[in-house]
Design a protein. Structure first.
Length: 305
């Protein structure tokens, strides 16, 4: 088990390095940041002086090595526009994204897993058909379109909820609901499929033959033995929440790292973009390792591998 976890840690570090490298190269292909910083009347000499000040006049390989060396020490530089360190800026936005993502993940899991289990147990029934229909509709609906529909209905037409910004709990409802509706379909469908694979197993029939209450068979024996793919998908959904948060936070003006990333891309703020990707990649790698531990804890057969 320890060997598998160490292997997962190594893969996670490779993913983080790859994400940082790709981002480093792509942001430099996005355009010259001096065009956003300097006024239109700036001369070529002023532009070259700013490039030297920002360290962007050095060869690409030198810039890359310098970036990695500083990043390993937690230094992602300073924003070209705000004058603050990148880590300070990201850490001021990250809690908002974590709050939004945590609420969405808890609600979607609390809804999808029980409904997926019941749909499998009552295969072919009204609940099963309803879960499948909702899952297909949800999976085929773009997140930004869902966000706009929710905003139009509950904020504009009914005037029940605010349309943008962060304040009280009411500001969290619409963006969280958007992410729930995006993540619920995949989780519900996979839970149903996983339970259907386990239902015909001999130990399920043996548990029923011993007189074990049906509720205990379903929620203890069935769910535990079918939980491995569900746990794996939940870990992936955590990464997906950061991707969905980019659009959702932009639509609802939620001050998280998704909105920060969009604003930084528009301004070509290289250090902030690179820092956001590095932080998200690192968090995803940590979640993947924790998911590996949880999966092996749920299935004893995997502990020996």
């Amino acid at each position: 088990m320890l060997k598998a976890i160490l292997r997962q840690v190594g893969l996670g570090l490779v993913v983080v390095l790859a994400a940082m490298t790709v981002t480093f190269l792509l942001v430099r292909l996005s355009g010259d940041p001096t065009a956003q910083i300097l006024p239109e009347s700036a001369t070529e000499a002023e532009r070259q002086a700013l490039l030297r000040e920002l360290g962007l006049d050095a060869p690409l390989a030198v810039q890359y090595v310098t970036y990695l060396r500083k990043a390993m020490g937690g230094d992602f530089g300073e924003s070209y526009f705000d004058g603050e360190s990148v880590s300070t800026i990201i850490l001021s936005h990250l809690p908002n994204t974590l709050l939004l993502g945590a609420v969405a993940l808890v609600v979607s899991t609390a809804l999808a897993v029980p409904l997926g289990v019941l749909a499998a147990v009552r295969q072919g029934g009204a609940l099963d058909r309803s879960v499948q229909v909702v899952s297909v509709l949800g999976a085929s609906t773009p997140a930004f379109w869902m966000a706009l529909i929710l905003m139009q209905v509950f904020a504009v037409s009914l005037d029940l909820l605010p349309t943008y910004g962060m304040g009280g709990a009411e500001h969290l409802v619409l963006p969280a609901a958007t992410l729930v509706m995006v993540n619920f379909p995949r989780l519900a469908r996979l839970t149903r499929s996983a339970m259907l694979e386990v239902l015909p197993a001999g130990f399920i029939m043996a548990a029923r033959a011993k007189g074990m209450p049906e509720r205990r068979v379903v929620w203890r024996v069935l769910l535990r033995n079918g939980s491995v793919p569900v746990l794996a998908l939940v870990a992936l959904e955590i990464g997906g929440l950061f991707g969905g948060a980019v659009l959702t936070e932009t639509v609802f003006s939620w001050p998280g790292i998704g909105q920060l990333a969009i604003r930084s891309l528009q301004r070509r703020d290289y250090p902030v973009i690179q820092g956001v990707v590095a932080y998200v990649a690192l968090m995803f790698a940590i979640v993947t390792v924790l998911a590996e531990v949880a999966i092996r804890a749920a299935d004893p057969r995997l502990r020996l591998r």
